[in-house]
Design a protein around this ligand. Structure first.
Ligand code: ZN
Length: 308
């Protein structure tokens, strides 16, 4: 029986069963309810774990037709809009020094960010995901790794001196995947870091703020018609290039991770609970719960609202 038919049948049963319940049956149902609710809570956790596990086995299957270990990237059509969840990230390197920005460079398109690292520095997976490619390309990426993530992004890590993961392996956010290096088409050791959606390179500065070792927001709503402007803005805000003048400490600092700490949003004129929830990638209900306010509560500019 197909799903639609099953649902229809269940709906019909649902219509008739309560009417046929004798009073004693109702009591029994009432007594069972708390147990059922507990079971449901357990099932939800188990279900969530199962879904997380499946998402890691075939990450972002809704965006990608295939899983191959052959092509670093193949451009497919981008959705008009797509929300990318950035929570539970880990900065791929502790370095705060960008040596080259995303965009046109010497008449060519530079598809990633170059971040200063030294040979042997730890490189980590930016999000949980599944390793799609571990390869060497002498004329380009050098030793590189491609990981596909359940949030829809693929991240690429190039010019490594050592790769420490295997293809088809699942990784946690922050797991060590390789060591920084100078392999391939590279002058001076650095990490070439790309973030791609459906094979299309997006400016990593939209998502990652290396200088402050943080993500730029809990989520990013990709929109085809707003993207170019947002990319230029991200470079303007976060793309200060440091060629020299940086210290080893700026490159090899302590790792910053999603600490799960309390986060606050300062309300600006014209904002609503809905627009804040959207901006911060949380539900309105969650904001209400954290701030002990009602859904229809009046919020005023300058007010601080906790959102995580
Ligand atoms: Zn590069």
């Amino acid at each position: 029986m197909n799903l639609k038919k099953t649902i229809k049948l269940l709906a019909i049963i649902g219509l008739f069963v309560p009417a046929a319940q004798p009073a004693a049956g109702q009591d029994l149902l009432a007594r069972q309810a708390p147990v059922d609710r507990r079971m449901k809570a357990v099932d939800t956790v188990a279900l969530k774990n199962l879904i997380d596990k499946e998402n890691l086995q075939s990450p972002a299957a809704e965006l990608y037709d295939d899983w191959n270990n052959k092509y670093a990237h193949r451009t497919t059509e981008l959705p008009d809009s797509f929300r990318i969840n950035l929570r539970h990230f880990c900065m791929p390197t502790t370095s705060r020094v960008i040596t080259s920005n995303f965009g046109s460079r010497w008449g060519r398109q530079h598809k990633g960010l170059d971040i200063k690292v030294y040979i042997g520095d730890t490189i980590r997976a930016a999000f949980a995901g599944k390793v799609r490619i571990v390869r060497y390309e002498g004329g380009g990426y050098g030793k590189y790794i491609v990981i596909r993530h359940p949030n829809g992004l693929e991240t690429i890590y190039g010019h490594l001196s050592k790769q420490l993961v295997e293809e088809d392996q699942t990784v946690r956010a922050g797991e060590v995947i390789g060591l920084g290096g100078n392999t391939g088409r590279s002058t001076g050791s650095h990490l070439h870091f790309e973030t791609r959606l459906c094979g299309v390179a997006l400016n990593p500065a939209i998502f990652f703020d290396f200088r402050n070792q943080d993500i730029t927001a809990d989520s990013y709503l990709f929109r085809r018609n707003g993207y170019e402007h947002e990319s230029a803005e991200a470079t303007r805000l976060r793309g200060k290039v440091g060629n020299g003048g940086y210290t080893r400490e700026m490159v090899q600092g302590t790792p910053a991770q999603d600490s799960g700490e309390r986060m606050y949003h300062k309300v600006e004129t014209g904002e609503t609970l809905a627009s804040i929830a959207e901006k911060r990638g949380v539900t309105i209900a969650r904001i209400c719960e954290l701030n002990h306010i009602r859904r229809n509560a009046r919020i005023r500019p300058g007010q601080m609202l906790r959102y995580s």
